[in-house]
Every structure is written in C-alpha cells, then in structure tokens.
Design a protein around this ligand. Structure first.
Ligand SMILES: O=C(O)CCC(=O)C(=O)O
Ligand SMILES: [Fe+2]
Length: 301
C-alpha cells in the first residue's frame, strides 16, 4: 500500500506531529515560518548562496549550490534551529535513545535548473552503524525558502520506507514529492528514503536543511570550526548546547571533566575539578548506595 505525505499546520499539537513522523517517517508542517521571516532569511542568506560555487559529485550534484554554517550567517536560521514546534517532535523521537539531541548539520541547498534527480538515500547512512542499529539516529528538516514544485526539484520522499528492510529500494509509484510553499518545512527520519528532485524548470529551488541527531553521535558539520566561539558566545544557551557545547549523559563531551559551558563561564581555566555528569538512573543508584553502603560490598572486593 502506498502512502501520501501528510500535511498539518505547524501549530498542530506536538503529539500529533510526532505520531505522524513515527508512523510515516515524514510529515510536512505548513506555515512554520511567516512570509516576512522567509523574506528576511532569503535576504540574509542570498549574498552567501550567490557566491557559493555549484558543487561537484554524484551525490552533491553538479548544478546545486550548498552553503553551510547557517546559524552563523543568518539570525533567522539561528531562531528556526530552536523553534519549539519543530524541536519538540524531533526530541520526542530522538530522546528515546539519548539524553540530549544536537545539531547534525545546517545547509542551504539551492537546486539550479538542469540538475538531475539525486540518488534516493537514507541520511542515516552517514553513520556506519545505521544498517545494524534498530533506532533512529537523526532527523532532517528542510525549510522551504522558495516554492517546492514538481518541476523545480521538490524533495522526493517515500512515506513508510523507514520501516523497510534497509536493502529495499523504492518503486516509482511509492515516491512522493514534498510540494511546499515558502515557510513550510518537511521533517523526515534518517531512515526514510528520499532525494532531491530534478529541476526541469527555469527557476532555482532553495531549501534550508537544519538536521538533528543523537547527542552521542558525531555531528556531520564541524560546528566548532564553522561557528567559532566568538559568534556562539552571543547565542542563546539552547542553541549553544545544540551546537555541541554540552555533555551527553554520562560524561561525553566534557572539557577538563566539566560541562563545556561551565568551563567557558569559569574563564576557560587550564585546570578544573572534574565532576560526574550521570544519567538520572545512575544518580538514583548513587543515592540508594548512599543510604545503603553495604550494597557496595560486592563491587569493592
Ligand atoms: O535538497 C533536497 O531536497 C534533499 C537533499 C538531500 O537529501 C541531501 O543532500 O542529503
Ligand atoms: Fe538527504
């Protein structure tokens, strides 16, 4: 049975959006950004995308421009990256497997006329464990900054493909297009088959990818270089943490044994007391052992 992409208003309850995302592997939120916000985003990003040469390669395409570090280049992107209405459903899915999510990559993708269709793929294949992992590793959000039409390269997506055997390819009749107006956003799981569309029109198609992954995975974009601390310092803490200035519980991602922001706020000292950053379950065990030290005996032989 083939499925269509479900469209819901961005103001729909987070539980409804999450349920569709889990069931179909994809959902389009309409009106996630206003026309004014889209205009401002285009104004902020146009100078960069204009100077970006078209890419090279079978996957990246030959008439497609890709510009990254979007949260450093555009205040609108910095805002969209922490929109609760999008983060909520992404966290609802990914936090089943992590204590905190993080940004995976940010990339403006402008498909120019003449581009051929991108190969259908699963974004999770960035991570070698994907084929063995029965869990979701990442979620991709593509915000439409231009119309996404059947002719200009709207993203092709296969609803339901996240449940397939990883070797199964899509039949043409199973493929749908994320037709969108500017300000809509298509959200899909890392395990969902998709690909950029061919652009047979005479207009470019522009979308802003803001993707998230499990806080213990490597980030695809190296944000510590693409958004240097001098810029990140002025950003909201939520965004700083999503950029990677955070610990994933327990104890992954520290500086001098400490939460990176604690270390920053302490003036980046060259030594500092290391502190446990444990999961709630580990904290609970520590508390129980505090009350019943005899429980530790078998561990101290
Ligand atoms: O631009 C698009 O529509 C999708 C691009 C994509 O899936 C990718 O580059 O991984
Ligand atoms: Fe992709």
């Amino acid at each position: 049975m083939t499925r269509d992409i479900q469209y819901v208003p961005a103001s729909a309850p987070a539980e409804e959006i999450t349920a569709i995302l889990k069931a179909d592997g994809v959902v389009v939120l309409t009106g996630a950004a206003t026309a004014d916000e889209v205009n401002i985003a285009n104004f902020e990003l146009e100078p960069y995308i204009r100077r970006t040469p078209t890419g090279k390669g079978f996957f990246y395409g030959e008439t497609t421009r890709r510009t990254s570090a979007l949260v450093a280049k555009s205040e609108t992107m910095a805002d969209w990256a922490i929109r609760p209405g999008i983060l909520g459903p992404c966290e609802a899915v990914l936090k089943e497997e992590c204590s905190s999510i993080q940004l995976n990559l940010t990339q403006l993708i402008r498909i120019e006329p003449g581009e051929r269709p991108q190969i259908m793929h699963r974004d999770e294949d960035l991570f070698p464990i994907a084929r063995k992992a029965p869990v979701e590793l990442m979620i991709n959000c593509i915000w439409a900054l231009s119309p996404f039409t059947a002719e200009n390269g709207a993203t092709r997506v296969v609803p339901g493909s996240h449940t397939w055997d990883k070797d199964r390819l899509a039949e043409p009749h199973e493929v749908r297009r994320a037709i969108m107006n500017p300000g809509d956003v298509v959200i899909f799981l890392g395990s969902t088959l998709h690909g950029g569309g061919a652009n047979t029109s005479d207009q470019p198609r522009t979308g802003a990818v803001i993707s998230y992954n499990l806080g213990w995975l490597r980030q695809t974009e190296n944000f510590f270089l693409s958004v240097p601390w001098e810029k990140a310092a002025a950003m909201p803490e939520r965004l700083q943490r999503l950029l990677g200035y955070q610990i994933h519980l327990p104890n992954v991602g520290w500086v001098e044994g400490r939460d990176p922001l604690d270390w920053m706020n302490a003036g980046r000292p060259d030594v500092m007391e290391a502190r446990d950053a444990l999961t709630p379950e580990q904290e609970e065990l520590v508390a129980i052992v505090g009350e019943h030290p005899e429980l530790m005996a078998p561990y101290l032989v």
